[in-house]
Design a protein. Structure first.
Length: 115
């Protein structure tokens, strides 16, 4: 689980760089199939996760980009989608993951510096 949480943490850091405090709306069959998996992601990121109600999120996004491109809608940011289930991060679990991520980063840096 540490390697997975480390990847999510890197994703969260990248997201903070380009969109601080952005909302996370997630989709995918794994998330629809497992509330635990979605909760784990929220805990690792320390962010609220909204599970998208769109089952075909990639197609939905592509259609919105096409509509924006041809001028039918002003911006994809203005399109409201129905709210899905919300997963709030647990601060205690987030701290456990944060320590594991720091440990993973330290080990990685030691490995690289001795490589």
């Amino acid at each position: 689980m540490e390697a997975v949480s480390y990847r999510f943490a890197l994703l969260a850091q990248a997201l903070d760089t380009i969109a601080p405090n952005a909302s996370v709306v997630a989709s995918g069959n794994a998330l629809f199939a497992s509330r635990l998996w979605t909760q784990t992601i929220a805990d690792v990121l320390g962010r609220r996760i909204e599970l998208s109600r769109a089952r075909e999120a990639s197609c939905h996004g592509a259609a919105l980009l096409a509509l924006e491109t041809i001028g039918t809608i002003a911006s994809i940011e203005t399109v409201q989608s129905g709210s899905g289930e919300i997963f709030e991060p647990d601060p205690t679990r987030h701290e456990v993951y944060a320590r594991a991520i720091a440990r993973q980063q330290e080990l990685y840096e030691r490995l690289i510096s001795h490589g």
